[in-house]
Ligand binder design. Structure first.
Ligand SMILES: [Zn+2]
Length: 355
């Protein structure tokens, strides 16, 4: 079990490529390097026939630092080589955001939350007045007791006035005005967004039935993998996802959702770049630490890059805390992740077989 989970991006990549062997079909080189000067890339492997009419895309590292669990699930699939239904393939996309994975950041090299970046940038950027109001409290310029207390009172005040749902959407739903801020969606397609476009054109061309399992971590109960969709409730895609994954599927658009739904997510990306396919896309979100701990670690790490010194004395502890909230390095958590990963991929394969 332990050797499925790699301590670094580089090791995860090495194991992925070694286990995939001749099934590696592409490697998209990233223009930047990792912290040790290492090469960065998004690697693709394919299990099953080249011309399969049904393809399940299993993806890791959309949010870079969340790549540890997704990469482990992919490695498990590569080693186990599950029996697949007729005319079906699995396309493994390893480290979609390799820069974030290597540097242990959730965001891309340009501080973009990739799951807020799949917009039509020819249209006006979405507004998020809630974030504007909370911006300085979410990301204080100084990280000390006094400014954190002041920030807390702003955030608590916003919550009390507008409610939890508005707080979740305002703080985490994505914003396009504060380039150093949290959940920043960017002003153009980022490198990893372009990679999705290439994957669709080069490896999903003409595929009539496609599924996506995009693996994340950091929200929900410890070790539980929750299938999520951002699709319009009742749409054909959402209805199909509900049939495959059952009542556990959570729609981020419903009013009681603890997640910030966004129309700029990777689900939109795949469905837009490969519109010829009937898509059944989900995110698979693994719970890690209590939500407030995750929020705090994320804010602190963003503070480090925005106003602190990423090479300074405080940096290692801040980075370690961030890694821990996305990747609890504990046997119990890892076992749950692998078992659930297998279960969900099995459901995707069974579901797409009925397409
Ligand atoms: Zn994520």
């Amino acid at each position: 079990m332990d050797d499925l989970f790699s301590p670094t991006y580089t090791e995860a990549r090495r194991r992925f490529r070694e286990a995939a062997g001749s099934t590696v079909i592409a490697s998209y080189a990233h223009p930047l390097k990792g912290p040790a000067g290492e090469d960065l890339a998004t690697d693709l492997a394919r299990l099953g026939p080249k011309d399969a009419k049904r393809v399940v895309v299993v993806e890791s590292g959309t949010h870079g630092a969340e790549g540890f669990c997704g990469s482990a699930i992919q490695l498990d699939l590569l080693r186990a080589r599950p029996t697949m239904p007729h005319d079906t393939a699995i396309l493994l996309v390893h480290a979609l955001n390799p820069h974030g994975f290597a540097w242990v950041r959730r965001v891309t090299e340009d501080n973009v939350d990739l799951n807020r970046n799949f917009l039509d940038f020819s249209k006006p950027l979405p507004e998020n007045p809630g974030y504007d109001e909370m911006a300085d409290a979410l990301l204080p310029k100084r990280w000390d007791e006094a400014s954190l207390a002041a920030a807390k009172s702003v955030l608590d005040g916003y919550r009390a006035k507008h409610g939890e749902r508005a707080f979740v959407t305002g703080s985490g739903g994505g914003q396009y005005k504060h380039p150093k801020g949290l959940f920043y969606g960017g002003t153009q397609p980022t490198w990893s967004n372009r990679a999705v476009e290439k994957i669709c054109k080069e490896h999903l061309a003409g595929v009539p039935h496609a599924a996506l399992v995009d693996i994340h971590s950091g929200l929900g109960p410890y070790g539980y993998g929750e299938p999520l969709t951002t699709l319009v409730p009742g749409s054909p895609e959402e209805t199909r996802a509900r049939a495959w994954y059952g009542t556990e599927l959570r729609n981020t658009r419903t009013p009681d959702s603890p997640y910030a739904g966004t129309e700029a997510s990777i689900i939109t990306g795949y469905t837009r770049y490969a519109p010829w396919a009937a898509w059944t896309p989900i995110g698979l979100e693994f719970g890690t630490r209590p939500r407030e701990d995750v929020r705090r670690a994320l804010r602190h790490e963003h503070w480090l890059y925005a106003y602190g010194d990423p090479k300074g004395a405080e940096a290692p502890a801040i980075k370690a805390a961030l890694k821990d909230v996305f990747y609890p390095d504990e046997p119990a958590w890892k076992e749950k992740v692998i078992a659930r990963g297998r279960e969900i991929v099995c459901k995707a394969l069974a579901g797409i077989a009925t397409a």
